[in-house]
Design a protein around this ligand. Structure first.
Ligand SMILES: *[C@@H]1O[C@H](CO)[C@@H](O)[C@H](O)[C@H]1NC(C)=O
Ligand SMILES: *[C@@H]1O[C@H](CO)[C@@H](O)[C@H](O)[C@H]1NC(C)=O
Length: 172
């Protein structure tokens, strides 16, 4: 898909939502990217499609899930999912990736319940990762389960418990 046609889709999409001037909605699949130097300046963002091979050489894929039991905040659940995916690993990036940390790429695929995708701030989720150029792909998924309790002091608007799944591709 050419970039102009993506832009047209972007404009007409009825799922259009903008958070932090950063969220792009393309039909049911939202794609975000952060092209950055080490530790991520927030420059040069790109619109990409799922078909774009974001990482030519995928070394590993780490999977995780995270919840937000109270408050219906997909950002919180997504951060936990990403942490869950990466937290038990120690990678020798300098040995694995030609060019080391500066050449490392991450493609973070998140499955988020559709009705809560507007609460997802990918800038915030990006902070979970200390290194690498990050691209985000957000698709419908995850899970909503009733917690059985509405605790207003924790931000609950209802008893939906949000579960987000993450697959983190690491490569270069
Ligand atoms: C689930 O939510 C609770 C807080 O409500 C949190 O302490 C826990 O870490 C979460 N678990 C996961 C796997 O995200
Ligand atoms: C959702 O959680 C994120 C990360 O904890 C936080 O930065 C954000 O302010 C929360 N949003 C709301 C509406 O509470």
């Amino acid at each position: 898909m050419t970039k102009p046609s993506i832009l047209v889709l972007f404009l007409i999409s009825n799922l259009l939502c903008i958070a932090n001037g950063f969220v792009i909605s393309i039909d049911d699949t939202k794609v975000f990217s952060r092209q950055s130097a080490l530790f991520g300046t927030r420059e040069n963002r790109e619109i990409t499609t799922l078909a774009d091979p974001k990482i030519e050489n995928i070394l590993m894929v780490e999977c995780g899930f995270g919840n937000d039991s109270h408050g219906q905040n997909a950002t919180k659940a997504a951060k936990r999912a990403c942490r869950n995916a990466i937290e038990f690993n120690s990678l020798s990036i300098k040995r694995m990736v030609p060019g080391g940390y500066e050449a490392m790429k991450l493609n973070v695929i998140l499955a988020v319940p559709k009705i809560y995708q507007d609460t997802l701030e990918v800038e915030e989720v990006a902070k979970t990762f200390p290194y690498g150029d990050i691209n985000f792909v957000v698709q419908d998924g995850g899970m909503i389960a009733p917690s059985g309790r509405v605790i207003e002091s924790l931000g609950d608007k209802n008893d939906d418990m949000l579960i987000v799944c993450a697959a983190v591709q690491v490569g270069y």
